[in-house]
Ligand binder design. Structure first.
Ligand code: HEC
Ligand code: HEC
Length: 206
């Protein structure tokens, strides 16, 4: 066998080997089992915990991960707690400052994780989003989530209730593999669960 032929065969074997080993990447996404085992382990909650944050901000909704917004958003939000999305969430000034500093220290522009960087990249320089759900990144990753699945869904009601769909949200995990939407199921895309018709069910039983 000539040298050229030898290398041709070698390259062939290597290409075949790489394709076989990475089958999960180019095959049907439903078979990307290796991703299911890796991605859900990403935890975006800061190592630094804050009791003050938990006490001040967990009574009306889940504790949002500080890295979901840039520091300037937290700063602005913490200065307007008397009118916080229509609610009064005002705090004693020392507590407010402590929570504000904590949020800003751990904000998207101060840490690194798989959601913070793409979120910042899609933000305009002069933009200070008021909500996580206002960011272009949030809208992009929720492109397939239709209004009837959220506001029109009695078991979800608001997109701010991350933990309803992301059942590991409280542990800082937002992988697309740990999403369930009440009253919907995923088969390729999301479909509405049809209400069981008790009359037809009885008819089938008889
Ligand atoms: C008195 C109740 C209350 C308290 C206390 C409260 N919030 Fe809220 N928060 C709300 C409401 C109401 C909304 C809007 C929810 C919706 O749109 O469904 C909201 C929304 C938010 C959002 C936007 C969620 C989104 O859609 O992206 C953030 C971020 C947030 N709150 C942070 C905080 C922080 C930080 C604190 C503590 C300083 C706090 N909240 C305390 C009532 C509260
Ligand atoms: C109505 C259900 C629903 C709610 C409420 C919801 N999400 Fe999602 N989220 C989804 C779905 C569905 C996807 C996309 C999964 C996919 O691409 O297959 C997603 C994707 C994401 C992703 C990207 C995950 C990845 O693997 O790339 C992030 C980050 C995220 N959501 C954060 C949030 C945050 C933060 C909140 C609350 C402020 C929230 N979501 C509220 C349903 C929801």
């Amino acid at each position: 066998m000539g040298k050229k032929m030898f290398w041709l065969v070698m390259v062939g074997i290597i290409v075949f080997g790489v394709l076989a080993a990475t089958r999960s990447i180019w095959q049907d996404p439903a078979e990307q089992t290796w991703m299911k085992t890796i991605i859900p382990k990403v935890n975006i909650l800061p190592k630094e915990k804050s009791k003050a944050y938990a006490q001040a901000c967990a009574s009306c909704h889940m504790l949002y991960a500080p890295s979901m917004l840039p520091a300037r958003s937290w700063k602005q939000m913490m200065l307007g707690l008397d009118d916080h999305f229509g609610d009064n969430a005002e705090l004693e000034s020392s507590v407010r400052e402590e929570v504000s500093a904590y949020l800003q220290r751990n904000a998207a522009d101060k840490v690194e994780n798989i959601y913070a960087q793409p979120m910042l990249n899609l933000l305009k320089d002069d933009e200070t989003p008021k909500r996580i759900s206002d960011t272009a990144y949030f809208k992009l990753v929720h492109d397939i989530v239709r209004p009837e699945m959220v506001t029109g869904n009695p078991d979800v009601k608001s997109v701010a209730r991350c933990e309803i769909c992301h059942y590991e949200a409280m542990d800082g995990r937002f992988s697309r593999f740990s999403v369930r939407i009440p009253n919907y199921y995923k088969e390729g895309t999301w479909h509405k669960v049809r209400q069981k018709n008790s009359k037809t069910e009885k008819a089938v039983e008889q």
